[in-house]
Design a protein around this ligand. Sequence first.
Ligand code: BGC
Length: 266
Amino acid sequence: MSKEQKLAFGIDIGGSGIKGAPVDVETGEFLGERVRIPTPENSTPEAVCEVVKELLEEFDLPADVPIGVAFPAPLDHGVVLKIANLDPSWEGRNIEKLISEATGRTVYSLNDADAAGFAEVKYGAAKDTDGVVLLATLGTGIGSALIVEGHLVPNTELGHLQLDGFDAESRAADSARTREDLSWEVWAARLQRYFSHVELLLSPDLIVVGGGVSKHHKEFLPLLDLRAKIIPAELRNAAGISGAAAYAADRARHGRKAGKKKAKKD
Ligand code: BGC
């Protein structure tokens, strides 16, 4: 691989920050400092695209570097299907097209948890694992990624399973733990209920737990009793960026077009 082919740029759009870094897609390592800009309070498509443009301007990138964007919603070839944790006006918009127009660059997008799962399988905790790997990110919401024999099944959205009359993420995400000031034990009981159900549906070989709270994994993972092995993510907050960059490099290499899908609203 030449130096240029090894380089891609990853962007992770979240509810509180928009982060980006150049990535060596052979190793998943950052090739420069990560930049973080707070997500605008009014997180409309226009405001977010402006921040992404600002972020890219901080780097001196070749014009044809593949840009990958991890986004906190299910995406149908770039079109936002449903949005829980950013401005509702994103629904129906094509993120690849909007960011390409704002920055003049080719952009490839995927769901944020899918990006993290892709990265953990390629570079991190689930490297070289065969079979069915499930990654769950526990943060503001619950994100999920399902990787089967190395292939990503996109948009699984297992955070929105209906459990005991609730949207699962409203009870078991890390934001529920902090909002309700739950002890590790009480929160772990909710996670047990959640992961047992997911395990019943999918029988994964390995469950990887990501999100900021995974750095405290010793407090809650040993309290869970599951058939599958359950381990903390390795890449932590780098996973979204590395995964988005790796995905963009893959799509660029295979010549798959960006922003092709027509959005209802653009
Ligand atoms: C969204 C998912 C996202 C997760 C984590 C959920 O509310 O529906 O698409 O992956 O939050 O950001």
